[in-house]
Design a protein around this ligand. Structure first.
Ligand code: PDD
Length: 281
């Protein structure tokens, strides 16, 4: 495998960053994960738009131009011969002697890009069965709209999910509403067949897959409400599912050990999953 590290393509085993990289010391960086399907990077424009927003919210400079980054992502994908998989990119505020405020002006931001193949068949089997989620309190900061590499609450929530034999942890805010998963956005389909997902403006990451799924839902003529929902509402729903670059449209068939509806993936998730590639271009 080959990785891109600050201007060089290097063997993955030798891909290293400096001990004083601010990502390493302060989690002072942002990232994107993009799905690769059939050798194409899905929703690249939306990912680069979100990266632009994350960088600007943290007053970080682009490490290379936007077009150059797009080319590097394609290059890393093709050098690793990825047909179905993921591209990961990370930008940190660079290497500087440890000091909390920003490093001196002119310190270049650091860029790492990797790509890996994923097992399409194993994924399809998982989607066929659906996955379990648990619920945990959302104890994150209030800028979860920025896709930062500071992911400790997400890491702990996902580990708790794994320890419980679940695939994801849905986070619950102080009002008892589901915000999102540790690394996915959360959705339900009500008994009246309305798709419900929390508004992007409030307490969640603006998922690229979420946006694409909303487009697909509109094309399919499905009713959608962007609003919060409670765990009780999710447990009483016709369907539940989660979305992300890594999970695509993944049916959720149990919440805290209780089945959602009949405990099998629902028709809406399946329909959206089929429409997804068409909508994602
Ligand atoms: N996670 N919410 C959170 C907290 C996320 O970390 C992610 C993505 C999403 C879904 O966003 P998108 O559809 O753009 O992937 C929602 C990535 C995949 C990760 O951290 O691995």
């Amino acid at each position: 495998r080959i990785a891109y590290v600050n201007g060089r393509y290097v063997p993955h085993a030798q891909a290293q960053v400096h001990v004083e990289d601010r990502g390493y010391q302060f989690s002072d960086g942002v990232y994107e994960v993009c799905e690769v399907s059939g050798g194409f990077i899905i929703d690249r424009t939306r990912h680069l738009d979100r990266l632009d927003r994350s960088l600007s919210e943290l007053a970080m400079a682009w490490p290379v131009g936007r077009d150059a980054l797009g080319r590097i992502m394609i290059e890393v994908t093709s050098r690793n011969r990825v047909r179905d998989g993921l591209v990961y990119l990370q930008v940190t505020r660079g290497v500087a002697r440890r000091d909390h405020p920003f490093p001196p002006p002119g310190t270049p931001t650091a860029l790492v890009v990797t790509a890996k193949s994923t097992d399409r068949r194993a994924f399809a089997e998982k989607a066929e069965k659906g996955v379990a989620v648990i619920t945990v309190p959302d104890n994150r900061w209030d800028r979860v709209d920025i896709k930062t590499i500071g992911l400790l609450p997400n890491v702990l929530a996902r580990q708790q999910a794994r320890d419980s034999g679940a695939a994801e942890a849905w986070m619950i805010d102080e009002d008892g509403m589901v915000t999102e998963g540790a690394a996915t956005n959360a959705w339900i389909v009500t008994m009246d067949n309305v798709l419900v997902t929390r508004p992007a403006e409030n307490g969640i990451l603006r998922g690229v897959t979420r946006a694409t799924a909303l487009e697909a839902a509109a094309k399919l003529g499905l009713a959608v409400e962007e609003r919060g929902f409670t765990v009780a509402e999710a447990m009483a729903a016709r369907e539940a599912f989660m979305t992300s670059a890594t999970s695509q449209i993944m049916p959720v068939t149990s919440i805290d050990g209780a089945p959602v509806a009949n405990g099998h993936p629902g028709e809406t998730a399946r329909q959206l999953g089929r429409a997804f590639f068409g909508a994602a271009e």
